[in-house]
Design a protein around this ligand. Structure first.
Ligand code: PLP
Length: 352
């Protein structure tokens, strides 16, 4: 294959150790989110070796791949009613926001002779999943507590997803206060108050994480090594755990503005161009079917121009490397490009 995804397990392990230490210092447990790499068992083992004790994924097929690994497992997308049998078999805990699903989980857990943990989701305003009104989550907690094979083990929230609403001291304090209401009203413990994902991790650094948030579900920060709010690399983390190596199939000098009447480009993109004169460009044989354009060449003289389904265009005019057809270029991947590389059959995976 002309494209290889290079996965540095040691850097991932070191990132997991560092993120876990920061969270532990703030009284927060980490559920390491594995959906970006489809719960790759080697990566999951590297993460568990950091001391993180929970792996979390949105898909049951991924949890199936790590069924053998010894840790607590969370299903972080609510299962479909038809999936509740598998959810109970593969996950210890799931995130839920519909009592019909929780009842189906109870039924399946009873059949399997197990107890399944439920975290009720509360929507603080981002408007993806979760109960939106406090009274509704209180009734859901009450109904959940009646079920014999379900343990209500916490509440959680999602931010910066549909609405791009940022986590802050104010909205996360509301989650803590709802947890307190449930504890007081029903006399339950609630092990987890799960305050979101990598974007919430930022608040720890700012000293803005409210007391009482005791869990975060983190994928991005561990895997990509950046502060998810500022999008800057955190100096104590590696930002090059995933590198795509791809082969050059064409090198040509061409104008920077297309010639002819310009309409929509591939994949319905609206395009505009700046005239930078004649540029030297390399084409690599990967595209949006295999990756995305949020990637950065390790060669600082090269830059990603654009990608169609199968062709990646890289400007190499300012590079000091004398590239020739058949050479490879390495690019550091961010979340979207790494996620797609993992789902592409056209990219081989190698561990270093
Ligand atoms: C994807 C996801 C996460 C992790 O998000 P990151 O940005 O990778 O930290 C956490 N919780 C839920 C419900 C998710 O879907």
């Amino acid at each position: 294959m002309s494209a290889r995804l290079l996965i540095d397990l040691n850097k991932i392990r070191e990132n997991a150790i560092a993120v876990n230490n920061v969270c532990r210092g703030a009284g927060i447990s980490v559920a390491a989110v594995t959906k970006m790499h489809r719960a790759d068992p080697n990566i999951c083992r590297a993460i568990l070796s950091s001391g993180i004790g929970i792996l979390a994924d949105s898909r049951l097929q991924n949890l199936e791949k790590i069924a053998e690994l010894n840790c607590e497992k969370w299903l972080i997308r609510q299962p479909a009613v038809s999936e509740c049998g598998d959810a109970v078999r593969l996950a210890d805990v799931s995130l839920n926001s519909e009592i019909a699903v929780i009842r189906a989980l109870d039924y399946e857990a009873g059949k399997a002779g197990r107890t399944h943990g439920v975290i009720l989701m509360f929507d603080l305003g981002d408007l993806r999943e979760g109960y939106f009104y406090e009274d509704d989550i209180l009734s859901a907690a009450e109904e959940t507590l009646i079920l014999k094979n379900i343990k209500l083990c916490g509440i959680g929230t999602n931010l910066s997803c549909y609405g791009g609403v940022q986590p802050d001291h104010g909205n996360l304090s509301r989650l803590v206060s709802i947890a307190e209401s449930i504890r007081n009203e029903f006399g339950v413990m609630l092990e987890y108050v799960s305050g979101g994902f990598s974007t919430s991790y930022s608040l720890i650094h700012k000293g803005d994480m409210p007391e009482g948030i005791d869990n975060l579900r983190i994928g991005d920060t561990v895997l990509i090594g950046r502060d998810d709010i500022t999008r800057e690399t955190l100096p104590y983390l590696h930002d090059d755990c995933f590198v795509l190596e791809c082969e050059i199939i064409e090198i040509k000098e061409k104008p920077s503005v297309p010639v002819g009447t310009i309409g929509l480009a591939s994949l319905n993109r609206t395009v505009t161009f700046e005239d930078k004169g004649i540029r030297k460009r390399a084409i690599c044989s990967v595209g949006r079917q295999d990756t995305d354009t949020d990637m950065v060449p390790l060669d600082s003289g090269a830059s990603v121009m654009e990608a169609s389904s199968d062709h990646l265009l890289i400007d190499i005019t300012d590079s000091t490397v004398g590239y020739r057809v058949g050479d490879t270029i390495k690019l550091k991947l961010e979340y979207a490009s790494a996620m797609r590389a993992f789902t592409s059959d056209y990219v081989s995976k190698e561990y270093i």
